[in-house]
Design a protein around this ligand. Structure first.
Ligand code: ATP
Length: 159
């Protein structure tokens, strides 16, 4: 299968870069898959999960705190507000961030400062994405499940 070059770039580092078979991204208007020969597009990303599939390797999961994706026929570039691989995520830190955000959003404070409220809502979404990705990795390990089938390719995407 033709590969696409995937770069996941956070503000201070390259989190991941390799030739891969498929990347699934949390687009602001919906989750989408980018494969080789994908039509060019730009998309904003919401906090969520990125899945990277490469033949012969275990699927990789990343938490992303939102950002931008540029998809070209042979390349996918994500400029992320923040990004961590499943292995890097500190679950306890994410749980604490979640609790802080939930407490603020349940308090009367939330109606006094719109900017802070939006920031806390975004922090909550980031923490939930981190916990989801970290837990998914733990589940995959526990079940010994590695990867599902690749989605069917459209005729024009085949080599
Ligand atoms: P916190 O309140 O715990 O700092 P946050 O969502 O405000 O969470 P960010 O501003 O998104 O944190 O990220 C700051 C830096 O810390 C980034 O480099 C990010 O990758 C890293 N980071 C944040 N939370 C975690 C986590 N739970 N595990 C590992 N790295 C994290």
């Amino acid at each position: 299968m033709a590969k696409t070059h995937f770069s996941l770039i956070a503000q201070d580092r390259i989190v991941y870069e390799d030739d891969v078979d498929m990347v699934i991204l949390p687009g602001s208007s919906g989750v989408f898959a980018a494969l080789s020969k994908h039509a060019p597009l730009m998309a904003t990303l919401q906090p969520g999960e990125i899945l990277v599939r490469k033949e012969g390797e275990e699927d990789r999961y990343f938490a992303v705190g939102g950002g931008f994706a540029e998809v070209r026929p042979d390349e996918v570039i994500v400029l992320a507000r923040s990004a961590e691989s499943a292995e890097e995520i500190d679950i306890q830190r994410a749980e604490e961030a979640m609790r802080r955000a939930q407490e603020y959003l349940a308090s009367p404070e939330k109606d006094r400062d719109l900017e802070r409220r939006l920031a806390m809502e975004a922090a909550l979404r980031r923490s939930l994405a981190r916990m989801k990705v970290a837990r998914k990795r733990a589940d995959v390990r526990a079940r010994g499940v590695e990867r599902g089938p690749l989605p069917p390719q459209r005729e024009e995407e085949r080599e």
